[in-house]
Design a protein around this ligand. Structure first.
Ligand code: FEO
Length: 407
């Protein structure tokens, strides 16, 4: 765990977490940070904590003491968001002190009670404040559904610091550099990429609410954005606001000048056409991400699909339906409400089609509104005339997705 000074009387405690499935399902190979913030006036508040794993509270308390904060002196637990990666330590803190107050939204209050049986709660609404003394005044600003209904921002007025919890967060473990002005260009690129992954895994379903939260952030005079995951933005908080704005556009159909190929094949017939398509993309200088289905890493797949302006689904018919790993992938993408992508499907069939029908059912059921170029299906192995048709459609896809490119 690292301890960093954000401003006078404001510290961050941050730890890297590896080897977990985030939310019990996302395989995040580059880990994630959990950031907690302590604000000291005459009274002390902590904004978000860390997950309550064995041994972690003790380590957490030791680090607090090293920055001069006795855990027993914490008066207020600000719960910006109840998900246990931030609130998990509350159960343990109840053993440390019994006269604290939890500050949270009404939605969070119900969960504080049901998760931790805790009732020492002050419910806050938009614009409510908490004066900690010594010039530290916090205000609270609900931003529901990013990504739980309980979420709020906490804003410290004297330092113009926004504690944004999951908003403006990213996956990825932090090394020695935790502030935006310290990041090397490679590190900045890493966190942008991990931000896309985080957005696609955690936030994408709630894009309309994220857009509202972005607008709310713009109404506050912000000098520093201090999220619950990833780097702190003190040099250019506008950068992460603009990145998140771009991510919302990716979720609504825009993307980088990249194509993601979701590539499934039973016995290599569809795969032959995929190899042909890769040659075209290389020839045209289009970056592509090829994900073989079934793809084990759902987290990575969501990120690649989210950031790509064009999607290719290469999948055959299987038992009169879409190749099941492709159907499952598409359904997951639909559940995350990644809409409006420019897409093209091709695939082989043996004695009967059926893939196309199920593809349409999935996209309609999930209201994906993807803009599909007409599919190409071929019997058995692709012949020259099939490959010629596929090439024509790929060129159409490349042309059509140009209108959606946002770098
Ligand atoms: Fe970082 Fe929604 O928890």
């Amino acid at each position: 765990m690292k301890k960093l000074r954000i401003a006078d009387g404001i510290h961050m405690l941050t730890m890297n977490v590896d080897d977990i499935l985030f939310e019990g399902m996302w395989d995040i190979g580059n880990g994630v940070t959990l950031n907690s913030y302590i604000i000291q006036g005459d009274r002390t508040a902590i904004v978000d904590g860390v997950i309550g794993w064995d041994g972690i509270p003790e380590n957490f308390y030791t680090n607090m003491k090293e920055i001069g904060v006795d855990p027993q002196s914490i008066d207020y637990l600000i719960v910006n968001h109840m998900e246990p990666d931030h609130s998990g330590w509350i159960a343990d803190f109840m053993k440390v002190r019994n006269d604290f107050t939890i500050i949270c939204t009404e939605k969070a209050a119900g969960m504080v009670r049901s998760f931790y049986g805790e009732d020492r709660i002050r419910i806050v609404k938009e614009g409510d404040t908490l004066d900690l003394g010594k010039g530290k005044v916090l205000s609270f600003h609900p931003v529901p559904n990013v990504h739980w209904p309980d979420t709020m921002y906490t804003y410290e007025k004297s330092t113009k610091t926004l504690f944004s919890c999951d908003m403006f967060g990213a996956f990825g473990r932090m090394g020695d550099h935790c502030f935006d002005d310290e990041l090397t260009s490679e590190e900045a690129e890493f966190f942008e990429s991990e931000g896309i992954r985080y957005y696609s895994n955690v936030m994408a379903t709630f894009t309309p609410s994220v857009k509202k939260a972005i607008e709310k952030a713009k109404t506050l005079d912000i000098k520093t954005i201090a999220p619950g995951h990833g780097p702190v933005y003190r040099k250019n908080p506008g950068k992460i606001i603009s990145d998140y704005t771009r991510f919302t556009r990716y979720a609504e159909g825009a993307g980088k000048n990249e194509i993601t190929i979701l590539s499934g094949s039973m016995y290599g017939m569809t795969e032959k056409a995929v190899g042909f398509v890769e040659g075209i993309l290389r020839r045209e200088g289009i970056k592509y991400n090829k994900l073989k289905l079934p793809h084990q890493n759902l987290s990575e797949m969501m990120a690649d699909v989210l950031k790509s302006a064009g999607i290719i689904i290469a999948a055959p018919t299987y038992e009169y339906k879409l190749f099941p790993p492709a159907a499952a992938a598409l359904d997951e993408i639909g559940r995350k409400k990644i809409t409006g992508k420019t897409a093209f499907r091709f695939g082989s069939y043996g004695w009967s089609g059926g893939a196309e029908k199920e593809l349409n059912e999935i996209t309609e059921r999930n209201r994906m509104k993807w803009d599909f170029i007409e599919s190409v299906e071929f019997e058995g192995a692709p012949r020259k005339e099939d490959l010629d048709k596929i090439e024509k459609k790929i060129m159409e896809l490349i042309e059509k997705m140009k209108a959606k490119i946002v770098e």
